[in-house]
Design a protein. Structure first.
Lengths: 312, 367
């Protein structure tokens, strides 16, 4: 009896934490899918998350309303990615290099901006956060209720966005254009699609997703800003996109798997299992490597990924 | 606004134009940096002067700058080899970590007395071989994935960085952990530290390793047949295959060399600066090294001055932050803006600016 209780409470804690940790990762990955499907590997999402987080913090700090801050995070992400899109699409620079340099720039700019706005002396102040909802009836289902139905509103927003993203990518003309441009830009251009416009749209959508994820981190999980709150979430999102085979729905499960590995190592430490936590933590990455290594069939990556488009 | 730009018939290749655009990029980045300094210092020029005085103006500062530059140089060299062979390797953070672990393991072996008898020059030679081999095998695996199974090396190598970081995290919190509260190895015996090279400074022999590597990579890439084959593979793998070059093997070899060079950065950090293995050792050097290589246009000889200047900016930034309170993040911004502007100025090779006082008719011959 007691064992059952321990096991079920462990499961509930673990799975609820997995879902919680997966949220911002999934939001970032969702945007990145649109960039990669259009043929742009946007490594700059790591920096964009940080910029979104700063915008969310500063605007909420000033206005007092977290939803304004969330909107500001999305806007800041889009604006920052306008620069990236220009470098990727118009200048046709090497995408990976632009992304890496942008991440350094964003780190510098975010810590400078924070310092300029609030000075260095004061301790970071907590800001009002976006609350969580407990969905009536559903949340009182044993096991499933606490795992799925009592999270931050932003998690449900994210899930809705994933469903919308799946629909847009596979059921609308715009989505078809995005996929066409990512697979064969020359053929798409011959069919009358503006490759530049679609790729700009893809990169700006990934900026919106990553910016929103920054807002998610600050407004639903941390409640303050430091320039160290983004430690690889953007790169993890890249892995989730691969692991999720460039599809929003699959990416949701991939994000859950990454969240679960992260949460499990925290839980196992509590229960003092004698298993190195790093083994679990590295498991999602190893699986991602296997997924892109070509060992199991061809990876389903967009054919024109990372290739700048030059009209003939 | 787009009417301002006019497409050139062919991208300009004039070295003067390219030099002018690079210079312009640097000046523009420094100007923006000066504006960012304004809220914190009264005169940005003074800030720049004290920045370079702190990093290059004194022997002590120069020593720190050289120590900071050495790992950047070897990683940038690794980037040169891999990227010119058309292998977009991004796993230098991981290679650095693996190289650091290998050299720390070997140095601790010496501590246990097993290797106490060997002379120090031999110790360093063996340590270099071990860490080069470890990093080379680590990255060579990625090369194998690409050549055997057609995997995407950019994405794989990004992921291997995390796996390497977790391996070292495990090592320093488990098998190699020193007694104490922090997850790190014991301090390495002083005989295994890289010796100082300039008296009264902290400069250690890491820069000598980096310079030797520069010479060897230059020799490989511009004087040896193998380097030529690597470059041909990078320029056009199909032509290379047609010319009898085993492209798959060249990828694996380029990956091995790049990984080995990246691992030397770890050796320099551990034996030269940290003197122990700890978690989070790389701190982004693996990516900054790639940036340095690109600024140097993947030219091994240009890597050294570029890395020293990049390191000088970082070292000087810390000094300026200590003395004036201006945040060192200004210099991060400055460094990355230089790179972005240099890349963006490539745009001007394809487009020329149509000046408003010229009549469009007189330009029509060029279009």
């Amino acid at each position: 009896m007691f064992d059952d209780f321990v096991v079920s409470s462990f499961l509930v804690t673990w799975l609820a934490a997995s879902v919680r940790l997966a949220g911002p990762l999934l939001l970032t990955a969702l945007g990145e899918i649109f960039a990669e499907r259009s043929g742009v590997l946007n490594v700059g999402i790591e920096g964009t998350i940080l910029i979104g987080a700063l915008a969310a913090y500063l605007v909420t700090y000033q206005s007092g309303t977290p939803w304004t801050g969330f909107a500001a995070a999305i806007l800041a992400g889009i604006l920052a990615n306008l620069l990236l899109a220009w470098m990727y699409v118009t200048v046709r620079a090497n995408q990976v290099v632009v992304g890496i340099v942008f991440n350094i720039l964003a780190l510098g700019a975010a810590s400078y901006g924070y310092r300029l706005a609030l000075g260095s002396a004061s301790n970071p102040e907590l800001i009002p956060m976006i609350g969580s909802v407990t969905i009536p009836y559903l949340s009182s289902i044993p096991l499933v209720g606490p795992i799925l139905f009592s999270h931050s509103i932003l998690l449900y927003v994210t899930i809705a966005a994933v469903l919308a993203g799946e629909f847009v990518l596979f059921r609308t003309r715009f989505g078809l254009n995005v996929r066409a441009v990512g697979e064969n830009p020359h053929a798409a251009a011959n069919a009358g699609i503006s490759v530049s416009r679609i790729r700009y749209a893809g990169v700006l959508l990934s900026g919106a997703g990553a910016g929103a994820a920054g807002g998610y981190l600050v407004l639903a999980q941390i409640g303050l800003f430091r320039d160290t709150i983004v430690v690889g979430q953007g790169f993890i999102a890249l892995a989730i996109v691969i692991f999720g085979r460039w599809r929003p729905i699959y990416a949701a499960f991939a994000a859950l798997a990454f969240g679960a590995a992260d949460a499990l190592q925290l839980s196992l430490q509590l229960f003092s299992f004698d298993l190195p936590p790093q083994l679990l933590l590295s498991l999602p990455y190893v699986l991602t490597i296997v997924a892109v290594s070509g060992l199991i069939g061809r990876a389903a990556q967009p054919a024109a990924l990372m290739e700048p488009y030059r009209p003939n | 606004m787009w009417n301002m730009f006019e497409r050139r018939l062919a991208p300009t290749e004039s070295p003067w134009a390219i030099a002018a655009m690079t210079f312009g990029s640097v000046v523009l980045a420094f100007l923006i940096g000066a504006v960012l300094f304004l809220p914190f210092v009264s005169n940005p020029i003074d800030a720049y002067v004290s920045l370079f005085e702190a990093s290059l103006g004194s022997m002590r500062g120069l020593g720190i700058t050289l120590n900071r530059a050495a790992p950047l140089i070897v990683i940038a060299l690794g980037t040169c080899v891999a990227w010119r062979a058309g292998f977009g390797y991004l796993g230098f953070e991981g290679c650095l970590t693996i190289g650091a672990a290998a050299s720390a393991w070997f140095a601790l072996l010496a501590l246990d007395g097993g290797l106490a008898f060997i002379p120090s020059i031999l110790f360093f030679a063996v340590a270099i071989c071990i860490s080069f081999g470890a990093g080379g095998a680590w990255a060579g695996g990625v090369g194998l994935f690409r050549s055997r199974f057609g995997g995407n090396e950019v994405l794989i190598s990004l992921m291997t960085n995390y796996v390497a970081a977790f391996i070292v995290q495990y090592l320093v919190s488990g098998p190699m952990r020193a007694p104490g509260s922090l997850p790190q190895t014991p301090r390495l015996p002083t005989e295994t530290w890289l010796p100082g090279i300039i008296p009264e400074t902290r400069a250690h022999a890491g820069i000598l390793i980096a310079l030797a590597a520069t010479g060897l990579v230059w020799l490989l890439m511009s004087r040896m047949r193998l380097g030529y084959e690597l470059i041909v593979t990078g320029l056009n793998p199909f032509a290379a295959r047609y010319g009898g070059i085993n492209v798959g093997r060249r990828y694996v070899l380029a990956a091995f060399l790049a990984g080995g060079l990246g691992a030397l950065a770890g050796l320099i950090e551990v034996l030269g600066t940290q003197h122990r293995l700890l978690d989070g050792l790389s701190g982004g050097i693996g990516f900054i090294g790639i940036v340095v290589a690109l600024l140097a246009k993947l030219n091994p000889l240009a890597v050294v001055p570029t890395a020293v200047l990049y390191a000088a900016l970082s070292v000087g930034a810390d000094a300026v932050q200590r003395s004036t309170g201006a945040p060192s993040s200004i210099i991060f911004i400055l460094q990355s803006l230089i790179v972005l502007f240099v890349m963006a100025s490539d745009f001007l090779r394809y487009w020329t600016i149509r000046l408003p006082f010229k009549s469009p008719g007189s330009e029509s011959g060029k279009v």
